[in-house]
Design a protein around this ligand. Sequence first.
Ligand code: MF3
Ligand code: CO
Ligand code: CO
Length: 333
Amino acid sequence: MSAPTGLDAADLADPARLRPNDPCFCGSGRKFKRCHGPSFERVRPGTVGPRRDVPDDIERPHYAAEGGRSRRDVPDVQDADTLEAMRRTGRAAAEVLRDVGAAVAPGVTTDELDRLCHEACLAAGGYPSPLNYGDPSFPKSICTSINEVICHGIPDSRPLRDGDIVNLDVTLFREGVHGDTNATFAVGTIDELSRRLIAVTRECLEKGIEAVRPGRPTSDIGRAIQDHAEGHGFSVVRAFTGHGVGREFHTGLHILHYHEPRDRIVTMEPGMTFTIEPMIALGAWQVRMWDDGWTAVTTDGRRTAQFEHTLVVTDDGCEILTLHPDGRWSGTP
Ligand code: MF3
Ligand code: CO
Ligand code: CO
């Protein structure tokens, strides 16, 4: 492809009508099906396998048996003990994400990634937070979101294909607290536009994290993310936000990834814990839901990427609680 981010809406109006063996619209000279073609093929649901068991000696969150959502009206500023537990759990979640991410390859099913995540969480002495969370309750231990799936994809029998991008969202519950982190991975060789999307999305999370300061409104975060994404010609998904996290998976605190002047003003303060998890789209940011009640996809079928960290506000900025011990972020650079 000639210009990395040079594809605009006009370039992308026609590809939907190209046939597989036509030369690709991007001018690469390759067949459409071998070049940008895969970017226009929709993800289809596969078969979801049975729920995996959790041994009795693993401590469970309150929703594990009956499903149900988080309690929203809990404090977002943590005491010292809770924070110490969140440091340990966050780090362990980052290690699980790294390990599951290492298994991403063409031919691997998302259900296999679910098995790896489930076993890694148990091996870490924790519970995979997604399992049985919500209403309807999420049936698996990790969210796997491929291509135009924005978030909350349910692992199933679909094998990853060369050229896909996949987000793995890991949340671990241990010592009474959740650590929530995700990253987007290339499957085999991906097209240049997808690579740009992943890089810009990672930068969006970096910019959001840099905007965290005690005394400042949480809206600084969304403004920084939106400016960066739109500056690169991409869009910000609005329907899903970052959230307060700690003893509950999702508290009533919402961290927007775009600027909304009408949003409630919340001032960041030391000890406050929340996630930042921008979902950035190549095209439309509007959402459509699959019938499973969880899988969220873009209305135009174009790709999205996401990165997420759990963090705590400090006296002069923030500390990332879901940093891997080696300090590097997971996912495609
Ligand atoms: N980990 C997701 C988040 O970042 C939430 C997943 S909810 C689930 O907020 F039930 F789908 F797992
Ligand atoms: Co989250
Ligand atoms: Co998450």
